[in-house]
Design a protein around this ligand. Sequence first.
Ligand SMILES: Cc1ncc(COP(=O)(O)O)c(C=O)c1O
Length: 468
Amino acid sequence: MIKNTKEAPVKITRNVPTKELLEETAQRAIAYLEGLRERPVAPLPQGIGRLIQLDQPLPEESTPAEATLKFLDETCSAATMAMAGPRFFGFVIGGSLPVALAANWLAGAWDQNTAYYKATPSSAYLEQVALGWLLNLLHLPSDCQGAFVTGATMSNFSCLAAARQAVLKRAGWNVEADGLFGAPPITVVVSEEAHPSLIKSLGLLGLGRNRTIKVPTDGQGRMLADRLPDISGPAIVCTQAGNVNTGAFDPIAEICDRAHLAGAWVHVDGAFGLWAMAVPSMNRLTEGMEKADSWATDFHKWLNVPYDSGLGLVRDHEALQAAMAVTAEYLPTPGQFRDPSNFVPELSRRARGVEVWAVLHSLGRQGVISMIEQNCRQARRFADGFRSAGYEVLNDVVLNQVLVSFGEPERTTRVIAGIQADGTCWCGGTVWHGRTALRISVSSWATTDEDVERSLEAMLRVARNVAD
Ligand SMILES: Cc1ncc(COP(=O)(O)O)c(C=O)c1O
């Protein structure tokens, strides 16, 4: 096609200096964060209504960056859920520690593609240092390798890719080279209460969402170790540290002892529960978890860094590297320093390790321990408050999760809707072992004891006002 030479040249607007734009954006972000403590946690309908202003055709002409940012803030900030605030107790979602957010901003400015040390020394090295600190914090062997990925789904995926590699290698099969067609079958064992994202990871890896052997659980959602099947040949056993409803831990040490006798790989999905390994007072939950072969967790949950950020840890570092490493003529060859892309599914990626390093540097071991202990203490306070008011707490509160029933399922559902509409705090609902329940997860550094009392008071007020 011949170009119309009369067309006006496209203008790229550079009329706002970067410094002013970024300073103004920082002011907007600060105002947003400062407003979180008092605004309703769920977005109000009028805030959500403003999103309709986004329905515009693709602009033909440029807009000054300052105007774009103003429009973005004024149209969208009110339609956010206050997940970064102190009284969001939905799903399992942490906030962002100020130091983590600040490091995220700095790393954003660096704009490093953290694939190779040679190209991005600081962000690659920060990741390496953070990995060493994490292994120390979690009392895991110092020669484990790690995948800094988007979250626990991809952490599980990365660990299970290493597991698949290793168990098939032992059976004389190279899955990276030859795929799964014609490979020796792998027995995959999961809990009846495995997180759905772990099941999805198995599907992505060609191990099948439905061809697992499911092990029954007890009244808290823990896998029954004595119901593990007899295992032979290549096998992977997936355990869980932190049931997404109850916070319960599978008996991982016992499962490792049994599964390892049969040569199976044991994986731990510890999306939030793995952080308990850092906490000496939680030893009774975590004892023996270090016997496993791989562990997945999230940074965006309990380490309170911005989305998205997770970690897969693998004892057999060669298996992780064999599953993930990329080689090509134009890419740097392995050197003395760790190349992050050798351990993750992506090649190009943001510098996730920067925020993780910053949190560990700033909080230190004791700071991480107190953050986790504080949230668990706050969860127990919620449970005591509901019990004292005559409501049934369905789970043993061993970690940060609390399940509350307000009677009949319909009544509980109405109480949950009332709590969400009230706006003081936000919690979701669940159906667990056939019981409809309010599900509280305390995972944020920002939650004070006063926030807990204020939320409890609001939830009990709503519950009292909902008719039977
Ligand atoms: C036990 C467990 N595993 C995996 C996940 C998935 O984590 P992500 O959403 O970070 O991928 C979750 C999320 O809540 C979880 O609780």
